[in-house]
Design a binder for this molecule. Structure first.
Ligand code: HEC
Length: 140
């Protein structure tokens, strides 16, 4: 009973978040396009790390950082989304600094945190993944 109550509270809090996300197709499309580009830059970073070409890591990570600040979800001003973005940008900054310093090991660790940041944010804010996480939490 208590568990049901807690689960309903989580679902309620979740739907409040989702409600504050932009629902209109136009702004979703802007975010989706910028996310697709994020994926390309994240791939570029991986290429730079795996081939020990740190200049590739720097340029791709910088592009990733610039994109992070400009999507439709950030513009809605949801404080939780902003916090997730700030946290994510911090990892990207560490990635840039480590690559500039020529430290492949530290850059690899920072990339790991960046990747976790993509997944963590998607589980909370990407509609498809959010719903799946909710459904799993509600299973007996
Ligand atoms: C601060 C939150 C946040 C972070 C960090 C984040 N994303 Fe996303 N991402 C989203 C949201 C929200 C969506 C859903 C957009 C929609 O469907 O309206 C999304 C969607 C996507 C999509 C699907 C786009 C489509 O065509 O439907 C891809 C690909 C993606 N993100 C890649 C990434 C990658 C790669 C990273 C990390 C390098 C990343 N994202 C980091 C919030 C985030």
């Amino acid at each position: 009973m208590k568990r049901m109550f807690t689960l309903s509270l989580i679902a309620l809090a979740g739907s409040c978040w989702m409600a504050s996300l932009p629902a209109d197709p136009a702004s979703r499309q802007v975010t989706q396009e910028s996310m697709r580009r994020k994926l390309d830059f994240a791939r570029g970073v991986l290429e730079g790390l795996t081939l020990d070409r740190l200049e590739l890591v720097v340029t791709n990570a910088q592009a990733l950082r610039d994109l992070t600040q400009t999507n439709a979800y950030t513009i809605t001003g949801n404080p939780n989304y902003r916090a997730a973005t700030t946290n994510f940008s911090r990892h990207v900054d560490r990635l840039i600094d480590s690559a500039k310093a020529g430290n492949l090991q530290r850059a690899t660790e920072a990339y790991h945190d960046v990747t976790r940041g993509c997944i963590g944010c998607h589980k909370t804010f990407r509609p498809e993944q959010f719903r799946k996480a909710q459904a799993e939490a509600a299973k007996p």
